[in-house]
Write a protein that binds this ligand. Sequence first.
Ligand code: AP5
Ligand code: MG
Length: 214
Amino acid sequence: MNIILLGPPGAGKGTQARILVEERNMVQLSTGDMLREAKDSGTEMGKVVAEVMASGNLVTDEIVIGLIREKLETTEAAGFIFDGFPRTLKQADALGELLEEMGQTLDKVVELRVEDEALVKRITARSTCGDCGEVYNDVTKPIPADGKCVKCGGTEFKRRADDNEDSLRTRLMAYYKQTSPLIGYYYHAGIHSRVDGLGEIDEIKAAIAEKLDS
Ligand code: AP5
Ligand code: MG
């Protein structure tokens, strides 16, 4: 099964994708994570995208479609979870074509709905493990008192350059202007469903499972 987790910054796409990876043996394809890797590796492309990402604007369709194409061509999986991709109608069309070329289909699109006020609170309190990427939150899921990641024992934690109120405003606007039209696009395709993303992580996990298994 190939699925998209769709939602604004801070909706919980990454958090829920990691749970699905563990529980369903699926592969998470996060364009945000791929772009951050490119940025950290100091490649030419990394340098180009660093500034765009910090501002909160979208990186060009060509770059992200290229990244996804490469991953799809080189990764074996029981199913893919697209996290943060597609983000524009052009990307959505490209994903459809790529899957078709592989003889695969896109099965479900689950939209995580969270109001803006909660998103700001979540994003400004987020950190991640520098080793395994486990996602933490100062308020709702703090780093353990011993300073060790619950998943891998790592002791270094990172905050994202775009997790500030200014960039977040731009990211939210990009979501509403460029990405939210995908809700109608996938509704029309008959594969869209919506989950209330405002609740306990486990409750949301269960609500997503219900959509995927129905
Ligand atoms: P990307 O990395 O995709 O970021 P995003 O879409 O802004 O989403 P986030 O990762 O911030 O949020 P999330 O939904 O994953 O939430 P999380 O689970 O971490 O993209 C970053 C940038 O890269 C873009 O701005 C753009 O520049 C570029 N980019 C990426 N893809 C692109 C594309 N396809 N095209 C063009 N440009 C692209 O949770 C957030 C916080 O909330 C955490 O602290 C977590 O612990 C907490 N939390 C999660 N669930 C709950 C809950 N139920 N209750 C309470 N707290 C919760
Ligand atoms: Mg994420």
